[in-house]
Design a binder for this molecule. Sequence first.
Ligand code: NCD
Length: 332
Amino acid sequence: MSPSSSTPFSSVPSPLGYGHRHLLGIEGLTADEIGVLLDLSEGYVALSRSQSKKTALMRGLTVINLFFETSTRTRTSFELAGKRLGADVINMSVAWSAIKKGETLIDTAMTLNAMHPDVLVVRHPDSGAVKLLSEKVNCAVINAGDGSHEHPTQALLDALTIRRRRGSLAGLVVAICGDILHSRVARSNIHLLTALGAKVRAVAPPTLMPTEIESLGAEVFFDMRRALEGCDIVMMLRLQTERMHGSYVPSTREYFHFYGLDRDKLAAAKPDALIMHPGPMNRGVEIDSEVADDIDRSLIRAQVEMGVAVRMACLDILTRDLRRDNAQAGGG
Ligand code: NCD
């Protein structure tokens, strides 16, 4: 579908080909459903670049951002996305929530449910927690990252960034490098990239390579230079020390030597290979500043911009039925 046929700004929504109540992961979405979300996002890139960035599409609807883990770009971009669509957005973070006073995840969900939100955006340190929560509430739920399981909007924004630069994902070779073991970004990206016809290489030291990664469709590499040979995209990941119990790398210095992206290792990739990172970046640990800040090859800033557009598309698509019902009930 072309961006113009997706009519993202009309008040009475047309049905689009996305057949789910929630967005819990990329696993289980078809290539067509991913395409629908990406096409819809294109319209929101244009809107976000225009002078008047707001629509009234979600006026009267409430989005609650429920974050049990810290976040900068994901939470802010969901907040901005909701506000640009005209919704009321409330941010709840664990630091001041009742969870600190002993309330369980489900109690919190039920309390929030009683306030009639229309969309809950949830980040949680445990894999599967967001799905569990989605089974207890009446509204649409978006997974903003659950443990090391999935982070679907990150994979969608990565795909949109690549697609805008390269036209298509089909046939591209993408190396995902770093702490794959703890990375929900890696898992969601492997599902999405393989669904859209890209080839994925997973690169990590043996201690940070999960055993199931090959069954997801990625080719496993322990040698970074070999993995980068002929690559179109190099996607770097942070060492997620907050999820590590014990020692996974001898030292950050040695880690950088073998797995940090610098000009030297990048030379193995295609001459026009592009660099990505979901952030937050640890310069000098997994990536050298020289490559991270290379304006010709680094897509890191574009990824942040695409994040807002993709989240607007997700909020739009998950509230379409509701908005149509509301419009019909109001005679609109
Ligand atoms: C990622 C996350 O939280 O999973 N970051 C993000 O969403 N921008 C990756 C990370 O924290 O390293």
